[in-house]
Structures are given as structure tokens and as C-alpha cells.
Write a protein that binds this ligand. Structure first.
Ligand code: SAM
Length: 180
């Protein structure tokens, strides 16, 4: 997520990214009225206390701010972009989930079997993993899977080559093992 774009959206500045297609989709799923839908976006904005930059390679990922543990963490398309290999994934997954309270909810969106993604014309490496690796990593990290959904890619461009999207919700129970 681009910090500058997020701040533009929060401040409702000109040129802020238009999320109306997402609203329309969510509205369809939840059968909410136009007014309820509008209020949801405003409510979401009021829930955001701070926008912080994170760097998973730092000992304190939000240095100089120190975060408390949270009830819920959402991570989407991050680990595959940052990690080079399985060891990185295991390490950075732990970095993120340390900030989740025991019994807290993890919402993870992952892109399976991708090898690259592009930003403009620049091409970046993506860590390739499958469902089996992800399940094992969650179990080793002490997570109990609550829901697991896999959707096939509908990509029709060369921006990335992932084969499936996985949407997982999982509860942090306890750490079992750091090894895969
Ligand atoms: C494919 S993008 C996913 C963006 C975001 N999760 C979203 O759904 O919009 C990968 C993200 O990883 C971030 N990133 C790269 N290296 C990082 C690091 N060491 N620590 C934290 N984030 C990093 C990039 O800034 C980029 O926003």
C-alpha cells in the first residue's frame, strides 16, 4: 500500500484513488443501502489512528515507533514480494505475527505460485510457494486455520504470473515450532 495514496484517501484530497468499484462489490455482497455504504467508508477512516511505514528487515519494524500487539492483522501480497526463499518467509511471517495478541485473528491474502511482479516496466522477484508450504508455516507458527479459500487467477496481463489467490483466516494459538 502506498503511504502517499493512503493519506490522500484519508484526507479526501483531489486525485485520491477511487475505491468505488470495491464499495460496489462489498455492497452487493452485504446488501447494504447507498447511505450505509458511504458511512462505512467514513467509519473506516475514523478507525485509522496512524499510518506508519514498516520495514521487515529492521529489528523494530516500525522504528522509531513501537507497536503494541493487535487483535487482528491483515497482510495481503506482502510476504511473496519481500521474501527470496522459504527461510525469509518463515522469518518475516514471525516478524509480522509477533504483533498479534494470543487468540488474535490473522487475515492473510497470498498469491500462490508466482515468480515475479512488475511495477511499470520494472520486474521484481516473487517468492514461489504453494498451499502445502503455507499450511505448514501456519501450523508451525501456532495458528489454527479458521477458513481457507483458493481462487484461480484471472490475470490477463503480464503484470504478474501468480496461479491462485488464497484467502486465509487463522487464530493465533501458540508457537509450536519454527521449522518447516
Ligand atoms: C506487491 S506489493 C503489495 C502491496 C500491498 N500489500 C497491497 O495489497 O497493496 C509489495 C509491497 O512490499 C513492500 N516491501 C518491500 N520490501 C519491504 C520490506 N523490507 N518491509 C516492508 N515492506 C516491504 C513494498 O513497498 C510493496 O508495497
Amino acid at each position: 500500500m502506498c503511504i502517499m495514496e493512503l493519506n490522500k484517501w484519508l484526507a479526501m484530497r483531489t486525485g485520491a484513488y477511487d475505491w468505488s468499484h470495491v464499495h460496489a462489490y462489498a455492497k452487493g455482497l452485504q446488501c447494504t443501502s447507498d447511505q450505509e455504504d458511504l458511512n462505512k467508508e467514513e467509519h473506516l477512516k475514523t478507525c485509522i489512528k496512524r499510518v506508519l511505514k514498516i520495514d521487515l528487515q529492521k529489528a523494530n519494524i516500525t522504528d522509531p515507533e513501537v507497536l503494541e500487539q493487535a487483535d487482528c492483522i491483515v497482510t495481503s501480497g506482502l510476504l511473496e514480494a519481500v521474501c527470496q526463499n522459504q527461510n525469509d518467509y518463515i522469518k518475516y511471517f514471525q516478524c509480522i505475527t509477533e504483533y498479534l495478541k494470543p487468540q488474535g485473528l490473522l487475515i492473510l491474502v497470498g498469491y500462490l505460485k508466482s515468480s515475479y511482479y512488475k511495477v511499470g516496466e520494472d520486474r521484481y522477484h516473487a517468492f514461489t510457494y504453494d498451499e502445502c508450504f503455507l499450511r505448514q508455516n501456519l501450523a508451525n507458527g501456532g495458528f489454527k486455520i479458521h477458513s481457507w479459500e483458493v481462487l484461480d487467477s484471472k490475470m490477463q496481463s503480464d503484470v504478474t504470473d501468480y496461479k491462485h489467490v488464497v484467502v486465509v483466516t487463522a487464530i493465533k494459538e501458540c508457537r509450536v515450532s519454527n521449522l518447516t
